[in-house]
Design a protein around this ligand. Structure first.
Ligand code: GLV
Ligand code: MN
Ligand code: MN
Length: 417
């Protein structure tokens, strides 16, 4: 692709790193580099307050919508037609400091550097952080950006109940982030998300930049197995109806489905709760989640069918009942080839090594791709560790990614679709 010969700006890497460190103090997990800022908790509110303060300090127009998405724009009329960066600042309960936060703070840095340079652009710039990207407390993941693009109604978002019994609308009110701006939100000219890879590919191959081609499909299911609670010492093995035994077999089956299918298929049982969860009681019920992902929709559907089949057979043999509920289901997404070409050309122009790749993790960009040309930039995750306080990306990679985000955003202000 021919490089747009437009304006350029040099970001301030130290300022970006300082902000990442400061935001990471909120919800910091003691003795680690990581954070716990689950969506709509007090620590999420504190993180939001800090980032909104930074946005306002730059004189940006800040809008908070009815599901708590925050968009800051250089244009007093808002972000319509802007080149927008963004991601999320909520984390999983045992999260790292870069997942999501990098994309938001790098977007802010691009805007600050551009304003400081006094450059006039053809289009406004904007940076967003979307509510509840992680989905750990309230499903589905990417909830805020899904609502932003009209994929989930505001009413449906506000009434989602978490495993802890709290409700999104109440929690949004409680933390003061049920805003007035409408949702779906305004349509930007383009959307670019800088993110850590969260997997091992770039680190293993010694490549600096991932040019993301798309995001794999995601299927989350909650399974509730209901059996017969009974005495652990007196109930003969052949007379048990044990939901934990079923959950264990289903977990092993899910893993086998993924390993047998191969390719990009993965399967994870990330949550299992028993009731009453006591040493000498056969449980009454077991609730577990299964996360299935694949870059190919047909293969993902095959994995889902196999899982359903195994769940029915295993629970039938034990004589227990199963309730199944879909928590999230998103088909694979392909990003805009023109944006990917632009990212790749700009990176190579700077002498950075690049690789095209799919994303294994879900991202807000996959929702924004429904309404505007969208792309993603990955930087390496050391040892591929993420959703873990030990998540780490080297400073030089963070700064190189942010500079590439700046180059890309400014180039896209010159591009017409
Ligand atoms: C969400 O970010 C996910 O990929 O689980
Ligand atoms: Mn993320
Ligand atoms: Mn995450």
């Amino acid at each position: 692709m021919e490089l747009p010969s437009g304006p350029s700006v040099t970001i301030n890497g130290s300022r970006l790193l300082a902000r990442i460190t400061e935001l990471a103090q909120i919800g910091a997990i003691e003795g680690t580099q990581g954070c716990s800022r689950l969506a709509f908790t007090d620590s999420d509110r504190e993180g939001r307050d800090l980032v909104v303060t930074w946005m306002r300090d730059l004189g940006l127009t800040v809008s908070i919508d009815v599901v708590g998405n925050v968009v800051a724009s250089t244009n007093s009329d808002g972000a319509a037609g802007a080149v927008m960066a963004g991601s999320h600042i909520d984390t999983v309960g045992t999260g790292g400091r870069y997942d999501g936060n990098l994309g938001v703070l790098a977007g802010l840095e691009v805007i600050e550097a551009t304003l400081a340079a006094g450059i006039t652009l053809n289009r406004p710039l904007a940076v967003a952080f979307f509510s509840n990207e992680e989905g750990s407390r309230y499903p589905p993941d990417m909830m805020g950006s899904l609502a932003y693009v009209g994929g989930m109604s505001v009413e449906a978002v506000l009434e989602v109940e978490g495993a802890d019994g709290t409700v999104v609308g109440d929690e949004l009110d409680r933390i003061g982030y049920r805003g007035a701006a409408p949702c779906p939100g305004v349509v930007p000219h383009a959307f670019v998300e800088l993110h850590i890879e969260q997997g091992p590919v770039l680190d293993n191959e010694g490549i600096q930049i991932g040019v993301v081609e798309g995001v794999q499909g995601i299927s989350w299911t909650e399974l509730r197995f209901v059996g017969q609670s009974n005495h652990a010492g007196t109930t003969p093995m052949n007379l048990r109806r044990d939901p934990m035994a079923v959950a264990a077999e289903v977990a092993v089956a899910a893993r086998a489905i993924a390993t047998d299918m191969g390719g990009t298929q993965v399967a994870t049982v990330g949550s299992l709760t028993l009731h009453p969860n006591l040493v000498n009681v056969v449980p009454a019920h077991a609730t577990m989640t299964v996360d299935l992902r694949n870059t190919d929709e047909d293969s993902l559907q095959r994995a889902e069918h196999q899982l359903t089949d195994r769940v029915q057979k295993i629970s039938g043999l034990e004589g227990i009942t199963v309730e199944s509920r879909s928590l999230a289901r998103f088909e694979p997404v392909e990003f805009d080839e023109r944006v990917a070409n632009c990212i790749e050309a700009l990176a190579q122009h700077k002498g950075l090594s690049t690789r095209r790749m799919p994303s294994g993790a879900g991202h807000d960009a996959q929702m924004m791709a429904r309404i505007c040309p969208t792309g993603m930039i990955f930087v390496p995750s050391v040892d591929g560790i993420s959703h873990n306080p030990a998540e780490h990306t080297d400073d030089k990679d963070l700064v190189a990614g942010a500079q590439l985000l700046a180059d890309t955003m400014l180039a896209l202000t010159e591009v017409t679709w």
